[in-house]
Design a protein around this ligand. Structure first.
Ligand code: ATP
Length: 361
């Protein structure tokens, strides 16, 4: 079994807690992304799964098997790092064949496996090229191939695409997902790039300051962030959050946003839950889920970013600044006032004191 269970896992370096009581279940064959900003503890978690670091406390199990004290070489994991680790004096073919040869595989088997992996990673025309003549993009592909050819039950990748160029990264996202589907490996993928996590992972574990914030499918973490950190971190731009106070009106429960006015009434189930919050809330909505309307939040346009397919419009400033994403031909310019209305289904509310999402129903 190659399910991975992290139980109450912690790691401290001296007084500094790099990982705090992490509980995470990664299913057999699942593609799990560990996503978070620099320094949040992703690599520390990964290094402990690989056996490069010992936990300060807590457990790591592969299936039923406790990994305490099991060295890296005996864990059956493949590991690819940000910086490719390959033999530059060898050819691509020799690099790919290295692992199976060390394991004593027969030549015919090695040839066939090298051929298959090279085909999958588009390395076939380069098999007899010396590695020291190849670009960083290709070297990282060889490094992935060298690990993948061993068909590890658990494949760990730590920011493998951060040094390759943007166009190549897009190609590799698709290839890595296909590779994982083909081998049905359990894959753990460390990244600070939400696009990588969203496009490839079955589920994403979002981390911040050594604390697991939320685990869910890409759409779950996008649609229903557990807290304001996830709401802001997921999405580009992140979720808009405006501070206000719940208030009863004759149309139902609204949020009084001070100078911005009051919001439309909250949907019934959300309103019931928000009534239980004492104090201020954060009224959240995604920039891509707003429309220009006659009634809504009236705000001055402060900046217009035309990014090709879409236009990101910055509205207001300071604590009441929001962003809205429109079609590229939207006719708004700096200095104009725009009236925007969040689509009702997209509205989320957070408790301002705890930062936690208020769950409807
Ligand atoms: P990055 O993408 O920048 O590597 P990360 O989320 O992978 O970020 P980690 O490398 O896991 O973060 O580091 C988490 C925290 O632990 C950081 O503050 C880092 O400085 C600290 N840390 C990591 N390894 C050590 C170490 N060997 N000694 C002391 N502190 C460490």
């Amino acid at each position: 079994m190659s399910a991975i269970h992290l139980k109450n896992l912690t790691k401290s370096f001296g007084d500094f807690a790099a990982l705090k009581t992490m509980d995470l279940e990664i299913a057999d064959g699942e593609f799990m992304a560990l996503l978070g900003p620099s320094g949040c503890g992703k690599s520390t978690t990964m290094n402990m799964i690989a056996g490069m670091e010992e936990p300060t406390s807590g457990k790591i199990l592969f299936g039923e098997r406790d990994m305490a004290g099991v060295p890296m070489g005996r864990r059956g994991v493949g590991f690819v790092f940000q910086n490719y680790a390959i033999f530059t004096h060898m050819t691509v073919r020799q690099n790919l064949a290295y692992g199976p040869r060390m394991r004593g595989a027969a030549k015919a088997e090695i040839d066939s496996r090298v051929g298959a992996i090279a085909e999958m990673l588009q390395l076939s025309p380069l098999l007899d090229r010396k590695a020291d003549r190849l670009s960083v993009n290709i070297l990282q592909r060889v490094a992935i191939g060298r690990s993948a050819i061993m068909e590890p039950a658990i494949f760990l990748l730590d920011e493998p695409l951060s040094n390759v160029d943007a166009a190549f990264r897009a190609v590799m996202r698709t290839e890595l997902k296909q590779l994982q589907r083909q081998f049905r490996q359990t894959m753990v993928y460390v990244t600070h790039d939400q696009l990588e996590a969203m496009t490839m992972a079955d589920r994403i574990a979002v981390m911040d300051h050594g604390v697991l914030q939320q685990v869910g499918t890409p759409l779950e973490v996008y649609n229903n962030p557990a807290n304001v950190f996830v709401a802001r971190f997921i999405g580009a731009p992140g979720m808009n959050l405006l501070k206000g106070r719940p208030a009863e009106s004759d149309r139902g429960l609204v949020v009084d946003l001070g100078p911005l006015g009051v919001t439309p009434p909250l949907p019934d189930e959300l309103a019931s839950a928000v009534r239980a919050v004492r104090g201020d809330v954060l009224y959240g909505f995604r920039p891509e889920q707003v429309v220009l309307a006659e009634r809504g939040l009236s705000m001055p346009v402060s900046f217009v970013e035309r990014i090709g397919a879409r236009t990101i419009v910055h509205l207001g400033e300071g604590a009441s600044a929001v962003k809205a994403v429109f079609e590229n031909d939207v006719e708004l310019s700096v200095g104009h006032a725009a009236v925007v209305a969040p689509l009702a289904f997209s509205v989320r509310v957070f408790d301002a004191a705890t930062g936690l999402a208020v769950k409807a129903g």
